[in-house]
Design a protein. Sequence first.
Length: 469
Amino acid sequence: MKQLLRQMPPVHELQRDAQFHSIAKYYTVDIQILTEYLKQVISEIRQEILERTWTGPEPGSNQFISSVFELLKKRIEQQQSYTLKRVINATGTILHTNLGRARLSDRATEHVIETAQNYSNLEYKLEEGERGSRHSHAESLLKEITGAEAAMVVNNNAAAVFLILRALAKEKEVVVSRGQLVEIGGSFRISSIMEESGAKLIEVGTTNKTHLRDYEQAINEETSMILKVHTSNFKIMGFTKTVETTELADLASKHEEILFYEDLGSGVLYDFQQHGIGEEPVVSEIIKQGADIVSFSGDKLLGGPQAGLIVGKKHLIDQLKKHQLARVLRVDKMTLAALEATLADYLKGEQGIQQIPTVRHLLMQPKTIKARAENFIQQLNNEKSGYSLRIIEGTSQVGGGTMPEVELPTYLVALVHPTLSTEQLARKLRIDSKPAVIVRRHKEEIQIDLRTVTDEEETLIIKALLTHI
């Protein structure tokens, strides 16, 4: 063992090797940093020799030196690899929270890149040649789409709720139905956010039934707001009663100092109900029905980046913009670029909206998916892949805590590997494929829903499947 350790070349000798400098150039790593990585590799080999677990070439041989540099390459690649990686979502869940929710459109992505790579007028008025506000960039689009007097953007909808309550209802009473005290992802509860904001929660009604009179009876001189929370991530069925937006808006308007705020959660700018998909209220309709202020998400059914969007009466939005928390919760230039481009597509009508992946995936017809599934299987059969393949009927989910009752009809590619189990194949697709492919697993089959897969990604999935034969 000692003899093997003595045969190991010293670090300074390995530094003079041409392979060392070739690696430094290829990976653009400083010599000092590369030397530290080399020392780590040598130290680990020494430890394996001492523990009698080293299985590589004998130290002192040319093969040993080559193996050292191969290990050095792997160490660099490990250190330089990103933890946030692209994956292919073949599950059919459109707004998959674990996979990043909404996929951005080509136009939004291009605008983000242009904005990120260059200086921009983020807080600068080009015509006046003076300081401007980042709030202005998405505001005009949001006003036009929703019909609101003013708008602003913060980093997510939970932040929007917090800011509104903190700025407009701190140390005042906010009346909300018990049936609307929702919990969103990560155990964040509306009641907890209200508590942190300093607003005083006044619960009315019951879990399943709340009447207008419950709100009326709760109002007093300490009441500053009536809050309606859209239950977008669950559905109560059966013996239920909720109060409509118009009724709550009318009630608030009878009291000069009371605001009516509706939190829509996922937020919809396009009427999916006309296609028989869900019952989500459109933001512009809520504004028309009299809400003073409305908040919703940017990265759910809207199909844009993560953001909290606030629209409503100008004097209220102006208060929010001036609040100290507005700076804490503001979004960066790349989020604004993605949001601006996404919103712009809504103003183009049906053709523009179809450019937004979330909308396109939601509206994709089952017959289109079936035709793609048939072509997918044909390509694998042409390669004599050995997979057992079939097409089955199924459903896709919207995901992201939205439209929980909606099941979109789809067709699934169901496949069985000739030798690997479902778990083994799913793991290989997830870990060994570049990019990773995330699929459904059902009993002894892998299931692929092409609703959330692009044409380019289809090719990559087929390549990954053939690799693992």
